[in-house]
Design a binder for this molecule. Sequence first.
Ligand code: TXA
Ligand code: MG
Length: 311
Amino acid sequence: MTHSDPKTAHDAAVLLRAGQLCAFPTETVYGLGADATNADAVLAIYETKGRPRFNPLIIHCADLAMAETLAEFSPLARRVATLWPGPLTLVLPVRPGNGLAGIAMAGLDSVAIRIPDHPVALAVLAAVGRPLAAPSANPSGRLSPTTAEQVRIGFAGRVPVLDGGPCRAGVESTIVRIEGDKLVQLRAGAMSRNAIEQALGVKVAVAPKGTALAAPGMLASHYAPRALLRLNSTPRAGEAYLAFGNGPEFAGPVRNLSPRGDLHEAARNLFAMLHELDAAGADMIAVAPIPDEGLGEAINDRLLRAAAPRD
Ligand code: TXA
Ligand code: MG
């Protein structure tokens, strides 16, 4: 199949309105977009990614008015929505008759929504005028893409990509659900719990382990490079090394997530550097310890999944 990549948000919107897939940049990672009201288009996302159908998609909206047509917003939900646009996904009760293809929500009675904070994503959404389902634009189980080039490599050029440069956050959005008067984090992500608590003055609890299927995409092995990962360690001969801060000198393939130990910089570099070390051909990537605070929570979550046993 041949196609030419869209050059503008308008070009991308023409494809999406016609029911085709198109990858586009967000502030977190590149998304594989489809018109969320078109069941065939949404089905094509699952098929293209090889994604299990029980794993629902995040629905991206142009603005709050669009989001409110899709879900029931409680007063607390409206407060959380003041953090939009941003790398925060809110799981809310579905509003009946909202027009979304049921398969986008995998048949659940809740829907995960966010308004992305990226000018290109917002321009595409505004031009389409409909909500867009958009999981990360990678084959299921693989590393998420933070550049258009990684999307092209991941899908072997089969998906049109709107190039908006590298993503600035580098890890996916934080996912929260509302329970009573508190928030429960289902997936650590680009907005730290601390940042959410400070902005809203609302406690953010962490979903207990084992309830991971509350966010059904949280399969143990995920975000996996081809190489195996050994966490909290130093490299041996023949391996590659993903360092953080002041690491030991190493002669093999090495990338440093953030020489100055900055977790924002580390998050932004995480997937791109794993892609690069993978391409360098080592069978094992040794990964330095990362502090488990702030954005470190999301980084360590992704690293644990990348290191998890595979089928
Ligand atoms: O940053 C992001 O969130 C990126 C960009 C493209 O926006 N998107 C993304 O989508 O990471 P995806 O499909 O890779 O992850 C969606 C996650 C999955 O873990 C899924 O299980 C969860 O959202 N999810 C979707 N609907 C849900 C629901 N109703 N309840 C709980 N979790 C849900
Ligand atoms: Mg994903």
